[in-house]
Design a protein around this ligand. Structure first.
Ligand code: NAI
Length: 328
Protein backbone atom coordinates (compact mmCIF):
# COMPACT_ATOMS: atom_id res chain seq x y z
CA UNK A 1 0.00 0.00 0.00
CA UNK A 2 1.41 3.42 -0.98
CA UNK A 3 2.25 5.90 1.77
CA UNK A 4 -0.56 8.40 2.47
CA UNK A 5 -0.17 11.85 0.94
CA UNK A 6 0.22 14.60 3.54
CA UNK A 7 -2.10 17.55 2.99
CA UNK A 8 -1.74 20.64 5.18
CA UNK A 9 -4.73 22.97 5.43
CA UNK A 10 -4.34 26.33 7.16
CA UNK A 11 -7.35 28.20 8.51
CA UNK A 12 -8.85 24.78 9.11
CA UNK A 13 -11.43 26.07 11.60
CA UNK A 14 -12.71 28.72 9.20
CA UNK A 15 -15.75 28.48 6.94
CA UNK A 16 -13.83 27.43 3.81
CA UNK A 17 -11.88 24.92 5.90
CA UNK A 18 -15.10 23.33 7.12
CA UNK A 19 -16.36 22.83 3.56
CA UNK A 20 -12.96 21.79 2.22
CA UNK A 21 -11.87 19.16 4.72
CA UNK A 22 -14.74 16.78 4.08
CA UNK A 23 -14.20 16.94 0.33
CA UNK A 24 -10.52 16.11 0.83
CA UNK A 25 -11.34 13.28 3.25
CA UNK A 26 -13.73 11.77 0.71
CA UNK A 27 -10.90 11.49 -1.80
CA UNK A 28 -11.86 14.31 -4.14
CA UNK A 29 -8.64 16.32 -3.91
CA UNK A 30 -6.28 13.82 -5.47
CA UNK A 31 -8.44 10.88 -6.54
CA UNK A 32 -10.29 8.30 -4.45
CA UNK A 33 -7.52 5.71 -4.91
CA UNK A 34 -5.07 7.83 -2.86
CA UNK A 35 -4.98 7.93 0.94
CA UNK A 36 -4.62 11.31 2.59
CA UNK A 37 -3.29 12.38 5.96
CA UNK A 38 -4.61 15.77 7.03
CA UNK A 39 -2.45 18.25 8.93
CA UNK A 40 -4.57 21.17 10.16
CA UNK A 41 -2.94 24.48 11.07
CA UNK A 42 -4.78 27.10 13.11
CA UNK A 43 -3.95 29.96 15.42
CA UNK A 44 -3.94 28.87 19.09
CA UNK A 45 -7.37 30.41 19.75
CA UNK A 46 -8.93 28.20 17.06
CA UNK A 47 -7.14 24.86 17.52
CA UNK A 48 -9.94 23.60 19.79
CA UNK A 49 -12.47 24.23 17.03
CA UNK A 50 -10.15 22.49 14.54
CA UNK A 51 -9.95 19.53 16.91
CA UNK A 52 -13.75 19.44 16.90
CA UNK A 53 -13.70 19.25 13.11
CA UNK A 54 -11.11 16.47 13.39
CA UNK A 55 -13.60 14.51 15.54
CA UNK A 56 -16.26 14.97 12.87
CA UNK A 57 -13.83 13.86 10.17
CA UNK A 58 -13.25 10.71 12.20
CA UNK A 59 -17.02 10.19 12.34
CA UNK A 60 -17.18 10.35 8.56
CA UNK A 61 -15.37 6.96 8.45
CA UNK A 62 -13.77 7.98 5.16
CA UNK A 63 -11.82 5.13 3.55
CA UNK A 64 -9.40 7.65 1.95
CA UNK A 65 -8.57 9.38 5.26
CA UNK A 66 -5.46 8.00 6.94
CA UNK A 67 -5.49 10.41 9.93
CA UNK A 68 -5.85 14.00 11.13
CA UNK A 69 -3.43 16.06 13.24
CA UNK A 70 -3.96 19.60 14.51
CA UNK A 71 -1.13 22.12 14.93
CA UNK A 72 -0.64 25.74 15.94
CA UNK A 73 2.96 25.78 14.75
CA UNK A 74 3.71 26.16 11.02
CA UNK A 75 7.06 24.33 11.21
CA UNK A 76 5.28 21.21 12.49
CA UNK A 77 2.24 21.57 10.26
CA UNK A 78 4.31 21.66 7.03
CA UNK A 79 6.77 18.92 8.03
CA UNK A 80 6.82 16.36 5.23
CA UNK A 81 3.76 17.82 3.55
CA UNK A 82 3.04 17.13 -0.13
CA UNK A 83 0.13 19.49 -0.72
CA UNK A 84 -0.39 22.75 1.19
CA UNK A 85 -3.66 24.65 1.02
CA UNK A 86 -3.08 28.07 2.55
CA UNK A 87 -6.59 29.22 3.38
CA UNK A 88 -6.14 31.08 6.68
CA UNK A 89 -5.50 34.79 6.21
CA UNK A 90 -6.10 38.08 7.92
CA UNK A 91 -9.30 39.65 6.57
CA UNK A 92 -9.59 43.37 5.93
CA UNK A 93 -11.40 44.95 8.85
CA UNK A 94 -13.12 48.33 8.95
CA UNK A 95 -10.75 51.23 8.54
CA UNK A 96 -7.82 49.01 7.58
CA UNK A 97 -5.58 50.45 4.85
CA UNK A 98 -4.18 48.20 2.12
CA UNK A 99 -0.69 48.54 3.60
CA UNK A 100 -1.96 47.29 6.98
CA UNK A 101 -3.67 44.36 5.28
CA UNK A 102 -0.53 43.40 3.37
CA UNK A 103 1.58 43.73 6.50
CA UNK A 104 -0.75 41.57 8.59
CA UNK A 105 -0.75 38.90 5.90
CA UNK A 106 3.01 39.13 5.53
CA UNK A 107 3.14 38.12 9.20
CA UNK A 108 1.29 34.92 8.24
CA UNK A 109 2.70 34.01 4.81
CA UNK A 110 6.38 34.76 5.49
CA UNK A 111 6.71 32.21 8.32
CA UNK A 112 4.60 29.74 6.38
CA UNK A 113 6.89 30.08 3.35
CA UNK A 114 9.89 29.56 5.61
CA UNK A 115 8.30 26.49 7.18
CA UNK A 116 7.54 25.03 3.74
CA UNK A 117 11.13 25.70 2.72
CA UNK A 118 12.46 24.04 5.86
CA UNK A 119 10.39 20.90 6.02
CA UNK A 120 7.94 20.19 3.19
CA UNK A 121 8.34 17.12 0.96
CA UNK A 122 10.37 17.57 -2.21
CA UNK A 123 7.23 17.31 -4.38
CA UNK A 124 5.36 20.04 -2.44
CA UNK A 125 2.54 21.85 -4.25
CA UNK A 126 1.14 25.02 -2.68
CA UNK A 127 -2.21 26.66 -3.35
CA UNK A 128 -2.89 30.00 -1.69
CA UNK A 129 -6.58 30.77 -1.19
CA UNK A 130 -6.36 33.39 1.58
CA UNK A 131 -6.60 36.95 0.29
CA UNK A 132 -4.94 38.92 -1.17
CA UNK A 133 -4.15 35.51 -2.64
CA UNK A 134 -1.69 36.40 -5.42
CA UNK A 135 0.48 38.59 -3.24
CA UNK A 136 0.27 36.25 -0.24
CA UNK A 137 1.50 33.48 -2.55
CA UNK A 138 4.34 35.74 -3.70
CA UNK A 139 5.37 36.42 -0.09
CA UNK A 140 5.38 32.70 0.77
CA UNK A 141 7.27 31.84 -2.43
CA UNK A 142 9.92 34.47 -1.78
CA UNK A 143 10.63 32.90 1.60
CA UNK A 144 11.04 29.42 0.19
CA UNK A 145 14.17 29.82 -1.95
CA UNK A 146 14.92 26.08 -2.02
CA UNK A 147 11.50 25.16 -3.43
CA UNK A 148 11.04 25.54 -7.20
CA UNK A 149 9.03 28.75 -7.69
CA UNK A 150 6.45 27.02 -9.89
CA UNK A 151 5.20 25.03 -6.88
CA UNK A 152 3.53 28.20 -5.55
CA UNK A 153 0.15 29.07 -7.02
CA UNK A 154 -2.84 31.20 -6.05
CA UNK A 155 -6.47 30.49 -6.68
CA UNK A 156 -8.45 32.02 -9.54
CA UNK A 157 -10.33 28.78 -10.21
CA UNK A 158 -13.38 30.11 -8.40
CA UNK A 159 -13.43 33.06 -10.81
CA UNK A 160 -12.95 30.62 -13.70
CA UNK A 161 -15.85 28.48 -12.49
CA UNK A 162 -18.02 31.55 -11.99
CA UNK A 163 -17.29 32.60 -15.58
CA UNK A 164 -18.19 29.14 -16.90
CA UNK A 165 -21.47 29.20 -14.99
CA UNK A 166 -22.44 32.67 -16.25
CA UNK A 167 -21.67 31.75 -19.86
CA UNK A 168 -23.49 28.43 -19.62
CA UNK A 169 -26.54 30.26 -18.25
CA UNK A 170 -26.48 32.85 -21.02
CA UNK A 171 -26.03 30.27 -23.78
CA UNK A 172 -28.41 27.69 -22.30
CA UNK A 173 -25.77 24.96 -22.38
CA UNK A 174 -24.10 22.75 -19.82
CA UNK A 175 -20.72 23.97 -18.50
CA UNK A 176 -19.09 20.98 -20.19
CA UNK A 177 -19.88 22.50 -23.60
CA UNK A 178 -17.51 25.39 -22.81
CA UNK A 179 -13.76 25.34 -23.32
CA UNK A 180 -10.83 27.77 -23.19
CA UNK A 181 -12.26 30.41 -20.88
CA UNK A 182 -9.53 32.45 -19.15
CA UNK A 183 -9.16 34.57 -16.03
CA UNK A 184 -6.17 36.92 -16.29
CA UNK A 185 -4.40 38.88 -13.56
CA UNK A 186 -5.25 39.37 -9.92
CA UNK A 187 -7.92 37.61 -7.87
CA UNK A 188 -9.61 40.96 -7.24
CA UNK A 189 -12.17 43.18 -8.90
CA UNK A 190 -9.56 44.08 -11.58
CA UNK A 191 -9.37 40.49 -12.86
CA UNK A 192 -10.16 39.97 -16.54
CA UNK A 193 -12.52 37.11 -17.42
CA UNK A 194 -11.77 36.60 -21.12
CA UNK A 195 -13.83 34.73 -23.71
CA UNK A 196 -11.74 35.73 -26.76
CA UNK A 197 -10.55 32.16 -27.30
CA UNK A 198 -13.48 30.38 -25.66
CA UNK A 199 -15.62 27.87 -27.52
CA UNK A 200 -19.09 26.44 -27.01
CA UNK A 201 -19.53 23.02 -28.59
CA UNK A 202 -16.50 23.88 -30.73
CA UNK A 203 -17.71 27.28 -32.02
CA UNK A 204 -16.69 30.75 -30.87
CA UNK A 205 -18.41 31.89 -27.65
CA UNK A 206 -18.12 35.49 -28.80
CA UNK A 207 -20.00 34.72 -32.03
CA UNK A 208 -22.58 32.62 -30.21
CA UNK A 209 -23.30 35.45 -27.75
CA UNK A 210 -22.95 38.14 -30.41
CA UNK A 211 -23.36 40.90 -27.85
CA UNK A 212 -20.15 42.73 -26.91
CA UNK A 213 -22.07 45.06 -24.60
CA UNK A 214 -23.29 42.08 -22.54
CA UNK A 215 -19.75 40.70 -22.35
CA UNK A 216 -18.17 44.02 -21.37
CA UNK A 217 -20.88 45.51 -19.15
CA UNK A 218 -22.57 42.49 -17.58
CA UNK A 219 -20.46 39.35 -17.80
CA UNK A 220 -17.07 40.79 -16.81
CA UNK A 221 -18.27 42.83 -13.81
CA UNK A 222 -20.65 40.06 -12.68
CA UNK A 223 -17.78 37.55 -12.49
CA UNK A 224 -15.28 40.03 -11.05
CA UNK A 225 -17.71 41.21 -8.37
CA UNK A 226 -19.41 37.89 -7.66
CA UNK A 227 -17.73 37.67 -4.25
CA UNK A 228 -19.50 40.88 -3.18
CA UNK A 229 -22.80 39.60 -4.60
CA UNK A 230 -22.52 36.42 -2.53
CA UNK A 231 -21.85 38.45 0.64
CA UNK A 232 -24.86 40.64 -0.13
CA UNK A 233 -27.24 37.72 -0.69
CA UNK A 234 -25.87 35.06 1.68
CA UNK A 235 -24.78 37.41 4.43
CA UNK A 236 -21.37 35.70 4.48
CA UNK A 237 -18.55 35.30 1.99
CA UNK A 238 -18.28 32.43 -0.49
CA UNK A 239 -17.17 29.31 1.31
CA UNK A 240 -18.37 26.05 -0.24
CA UNK A 241 -17.82 27.36 -3.77
CA UNK A 242 -14.30 28.49 -2.79
CA UNK A 243 -13.60 25.08 -1.25
CA UNK A 244 -14.92 23.38 -4.38
CA UNK A 245 -12.65 25.51 -6.57
CA UNK A 246 -9.64 24.66 -4.38
CA UNK A 247 -10.42 20.98 -4.90
CA UNK A 248 -10.68 21.57 -8.67
CA UNK A 249 -7.37 23.49 -8.75
CA UNK A 250 -5.34 20.79 -7.02
CA UNK A 251 -7.12 17.90 -8.77
CA UNK A 252 -6.34 19.46 -12.15
CA UNK A 253 -2.73 20.22 -11.15
CA UNK A 254 -2.18 16.58 -10.17
CA UNK A 255 -4.32 14.83 -12.76
CA UNK A 256 -4.03 17.16 -15.77
CA UNK A 257 -6.32 19.18 -18.04
CA UNK A 258 -8.39 17.54 -20.77
CA UNK A 259 -6.96 17.54 -24.29
CA UNK A 260 -8.04 20.70 -26.14
CA UNK A 261 -8.96 22.62 -23.01
CA UNK A 262 -7.30 24.75 -20.36
CA UNK A 263 -8.09 26.22 -16.99
CA UNK A 264 -7.07 29.35 -15.07
CA UNK A 265 -4.57 29.54 -12.23
CA UNK A 266 -2.33 32.22 -10.79
CA UNK A 267 1.20 30.96 -11.40
CA UNK A 268 4.65 32.54 -11.38
CA UNK A 269 5.04 34.57 -14.56
CA UNK A 270 7.90 33.74 -16.92
CA UNK A 271 7.24 37.03 -18.73
CA UNK A 272 4.56 35.57 -21.01
CA UNK A 273 2.02 38.04 -22.40
CA UNK A 274 4.02 40.97 -21.03
CA UNK A 275 3.33 40.03 -17.40
CA UNK A 276 6.50 40.94 -15.45
CA UNK A 277 8.56 37.92 -14.52
CA UNK A 278 8.12 36.63 -11.00
CA UNK A 279 4.62 38.03 -10.41
CA UNK A 280 2.01 35.47 -9.44
CA UNK A 281 -0.68 36.28 -11.96
CA UNK A 282 -3.58 34.34 -13.43
CA UNK A 283 -3.07 32.85 -16.90
CA UNK A 284 -4.65 30.26 -19.13
CA UNK A 285 -2.83 27.08 -18.10
CA UNK A 286 -2.72 23.43 -19.01
CA UNK A 287 -1.58 20.79 -16.54
CA UNK A 288 0.38 17.66 -17.36
CA UNK A 289 2.59 15.35 -15.31
CA UNK A 290 1.93 17.41 -12.17
CA UNK A 291 2.98 20.74 -13.71
CA UNK A 292 1.10 23.78 -14.88
CA UNK A 293 2.20 25.33 -18.19
CA UNK A 294 1.12 28.76 -19.38
CA UNK A 295 -0.69 28.44 -22.73
CA UNK A 296 1.49 30.17 -25.30
CA UNK A 297 0.89 32.03 -28.53
CA UNK A 298 -2.61 33.41 -27.97
CA UNK A 299 -3.51 36.52 -29.85
CA UNK A 300 -4.36 39.36 -27.47
CA UNK A 301 -6.60 42.06 -28.95
CA UNK A 302 -6.66 45.66 -27.80
CA UNK A 303 -9.64 45.22 -25.47
CA UNK A 304 -7.95 42.29 -23.74
CA UNK A 305 -4.58 44.05 -23.62
CA UNK A 306 -6.03 47.01 -21.70
CA UNK A 307 -7.81 44.75 -19.21
CA UNK A 308 -4.84 42.47 -18.63
CA UNK A 309 -2.51 45.45 -18.18
CA UNK A 310 -4.83 47.05 -15.61
CA UNK A 311 -4.98 43.95 -13.43
CA UNK A 312 -1.26 43.27 -13.76
CA UNK A 313 -0.54 46.90 -12.80
CA UNK A 314 -2.40 46.25 -9.54
CA UNK A 315 -0.21 43.19 -8.89
CA UNK A 316 2.92 45.26 -9.56
CA UNK A 317 1.69 47.85 -7.03
CA UNK A 318 1.05 45.13 -4.45
CA UNK A 319 4.55 43.75 -5.03
CA UNK A 320 6.03 47.23 -4.59
CA UNK A 321 4.03 47.71 -1.39
CA UNK A 322 5.25 44.44 0.17
CA UNK A 323 8.82 45.27 -0.93
CA UNK A 324 8.58 48.62 0.83
CA UNK A 325 7.30 46.87 3.94
CA UNK A 326 10.35 44.58 3.82
CA UNK A 327 8.11 41.51 3.44
CA UNK A 328 9.96 40.24 0.37
P1 NAI B 1 -12.65 32.51 8.01
O1 NAI B 1 -12.41 33.81 8.71
O2 NAI B 1 -13.92 31.77 8.22
O3 NAI B 1 -11.47 31.50 8.39
C1 NAI B 1 -10.13 31.85 8.37
C2 NAI B 1 -9.42 30.99 9.38
O4 NAI B 1 -8.02 31.22 9.26
C3 NAI B 1 -9.80 31.29 10.83
O5 NAI B 1 -10.23 30.10 11.47
C4 NAI B 1 -8.50 31.83 11.42
O6 NAI B 1 -8.33 31.46 12.79
C5 NAI B 1 -7.47 31.14 10.53
N1 NAI B 1 -6.14 31.76 10.56
C6 NAI B 1 -5.83 33.07 10.66
N2 NAI B 1 -4.50 33.23 10.71
C7 NAI B 1 -3.96 32.00 10.62
C8 NAI B 1 -2.61 31.53 10.64
N3 NAI B 1 -1.59 32.36 10.77
N4 NAI B 1 -2.41 30.20 10.53
C9 NAI B 1 -3.45 29.35 10.43
N5 NAI B 1 -4.74 29.74 10.42
C10 NAI B 1 -4.98 31.05 10.51
O7 NAI B 1 -12.38 32.81 6.48
P2 NAI B 1 -12.84 31.95 5.20
O8 NAI B 1 -14.19 32.37 4.77
O9 NAI B 1 -12.59 30.51 5.47
O10 NAI B 1 -11.83 32.52 4.10
C11 NAI B 1 -10.44 32.30 4.18
C12 NAI B 1 -9.71 33.16 3.19
O11 NAI B 1 -10.03 32.80 1.87
C13 NAI B 1 -10.02 34.66 3.28
O12 NAI B 1 -8.80 35.38 3.16
C14 NAI B 1 -10.88 34.90 2.08
O13 NAI B 1 -10.81 36.25 1.64
C15 NAI B 1 -10.26 33.97 1.09
N6 NAI B 1 -11.08 33.63 -0.08
C16 NAI B 1 -10.42 33.47 -1.27
C17 NAI B 1 -11.11 33.12 -2.42
C18 NAI B 1 -10.39 32.95 -3.73
O14 NAI B 1 -11.07 32.75 -4.71
N7 NAI B 1 -9.07 33.02 -3.82
C19 NAI B 1 -12.58 32.93 -2.38
C20 NAI B 1 -13.15 33.07 -1.08
C21 NAI B 1 -12.42 33.42 0.03
Amino acid sequence: MAEPINVTVTGAAGQIGYALLFRIASGQLLGADKKVKLRLLEIPAATRAAEGTALELEDGAFPALAGVDVFDNPKQAFEGTNVALLVGARPRTKGMERGDLLEANGGIFKPQGEAINAGAASDIKVLVVGNPANTNALIAQQHAPDVPADRFTAMTRLDHNRALAQLAGKLGVSVEALKKVTIWGNHSATQYPDVSHATVNGSSVRDAINDQAWLADEFIPRVAKRGAEIIEVRGASSAASAASAAIDHVYTWVNGTAEGDWTSAAVVSDGSYGVPEGLISSFPVTAKDGRFEIVQGLEIDEFSRTRIDASVAELVEEREAVRKLGLI
